[in-house]
Design a protein around this ligand. Structure first.
Ligand SMILES: Nc1ncnc2c1ncn2[C@@H]1O[C@H](COP(=O)(O)OP(=O)(O)OP(=O)(O)O)[C@@H](O)[C@H]1O
Ligand SMILES: [Mg+2]
Length: 436
């Protein structure tokens, strides 16, 4: 504002900067040559599925995951398979000693001559190794332990990790190999320290799972070369990770029939339908604030559904401990699971089992209404394929071949139509006691 201090800015006519010899020259977009880089298949179908074909030469991929989830295992297997297919592969082990890596390779059957190994944490050493081996693909395990003497901060710090990653990204972009960086993820799911890495790389993959279960899920969080919806499924075995083509058996294999509190939900993981069993257990208690425990499910969402059950259907669990578990180590954040969770809770509370061949899907509103969810036709088709014959679903759901859709407008209606006759509370039969 005029008349006030410090409001007058002197404007100087700056001359346009002259282009130097190495400045980039603008070109018409249509004249830019089409990128000739075809993705290199990783020879691991579940990974290729997530990457939309494979690793693009000159690209940088960040693989994040919690400690011990199997990142090093997966990437060693990738390198071994790619080496078998004739690619030159370099593993930079910045965390484990070469002897440790060798032991893992022996166990996985990955002792392949085409895989080069360097135990190195300094960036200069890594650059030298890349120059010497001239690989098609490099895995750096992990980026968090790499340091550069030129960068003025301590190893492991955000500055170091970002600086080193930047140099590796530049190296890949200048006609270098496809680089895969391993990054650790904290319990909350963020890349430990440098979230910044996610912006710098072309692809961010997240390797997830419950360490106590064999199932591992691989998904793309960010992908500059294709869609991010695909999901890769692996099973962790003593011989390493094996791809799971058809996950159906994995989730429902050990399901018991006619148990109150069990409902199957056709979940979607990316573009892939996955049928998972949701279990609820309720136990009477005198505690003033009874326990609510979830596994693979959100506790806030459970609290909301308990309130809806109480207020809209009259099923109160205020004097009960409540346990909800998604079987198989899967984590469900899809509101489409609401109906299945509510039905499992009501079934557990009333001892009235729900038919084994029924799936439930739908979001439950605060008014107790059941709402439409995304991808209903694909979910129903997968349920039908696996032998389910009935689906409790919102009224707007389309018809589907091979499965009869019971449209339920409210949670109350869903329970009325789906809860079977009451079974007695099972008592443990002590060995040696008489009767059955
Ligand atoms: N001998 C073995 N037999 C079966 N499974 C094993 C064996 N050794 C390790 N594993 C499995 O491999 C997992 C560790 O895998 P890996 O070292 O690839 O994980 P990571 O994600 O690289 O871990 P970190 O973050 O510590 O580097 C273990 O949690 C275990 O499930
Ligand atoms: Mg590791």
């Amino acid at each position: 504002m005029c008349g006030e201090w410090n409001t007058l800015v002197e404007e100087v006519d700056r001359p346009l900067p002259a282009a130097t010899a190495d400045s980039a020259v603008p070109v018409a977009l249509s004249e830019v040559p089409a990128a000739g880089s075809v993705p290199l298949t990783t020879e691991i179908p579940e990974l290729d599925r997530v990457l939309g074909g494979g690793l693009v030469p000159g690209s940088v991929t960040l693989v994040g995951g919690e400690p011990g989830i199997g990142k090093s295992t997966l990437l060693l297997q990738v390198l071994a398979e790619m080496a078998r297919a004739g690619r030159r592969c370099l593993l930079v082990s910045a965390e484990e000693s070469p002897a440790q890596v060798r032991r893992r390779a022996e166990r996985l059957g990955a002792l392949i001559p085409g895989v080069w190994l360097v135990g190195e944490t300094s960036l200069v050493g890594i650059q030298a190794a890349i120059a010497e081996v001239a690989p098609d693909v490099v895995v750096v395990d992990s980026i968090q332990t790499v340091w550069d003497g030129e960068i003025d901060s301590s190893p492991g710090s955000v500055g170091q990790v970002r600086g080193c990653a930047q140099i590796l990204v530049a190296l890949a972009k200048s006609g270098g190999p496809a680089i895969v960086l391993v990054g650790h993820v904290t319990k909350e799911g963020a890349l430990a320290g440098p979230r910044v890495l996610e912006h710098m790389v072309d692809t961010v993959l997240s390797f997830e799972g419950d360490r106590h279960h064999a199932l591992r899920l691989l998904r793309a969080v960010k992908h500059r070369f294709g869609p991010t919806g695909e999901l890769g499924l692996f099973e962790m075995t003593g011989d390493g990770l094996t791809g799971v083509d058809d996950p159906a058996g994995l989730f429902l294999a050990d399901r018991r029939s006619s148990v109150p509190g069990s409902v199957v939900f056709p979940a979607m993981e990316g573009y892939r339908p996955l049928l998972v069993e949701i279990q609820a257990l309720v136990v009477p208690t005198n505690m003033p604030s009874p326990r609510r425990s979830v596994s693979g499910y959100d506790s806030g969402r459970l609290a909301l559904l308990l309130a809806v059950l109480d207020q809209r259907v009259g099923i109160s669990l205020a004097d009960q401990e409540v346990y909800v578990s998604v079987v198989g180590g899967v984590r469900i954040a899809d509101p489409g699971a609401d109906l299945a969770v509510c039905m499992a809770l009501a079934s557990a509370r009333t001892y009235r089992p729900i038919a084994d061949d029924l799936v439930a899907l739908g979001e439950v509103g605060l008014g107790g209404e059941v709402r439409q969810i995304a991808h209903t036709p694909r979910r129903l088709a997968e349920a039908a394929r696996l032998g389910f014959t009935k689906a409790a679903a919102p009224p707007s759901s389309p018809k589907s071949d091979g499965i009869s859709v019971r449209s339920v407008a409210t949670l109350g209606e869903a329970l009325e139509r789906s809860l079977g006759p009451e079974t007695s509370s099972p008592k443990l039969r002590v060995v040696g006691s008489t009767g059955h």
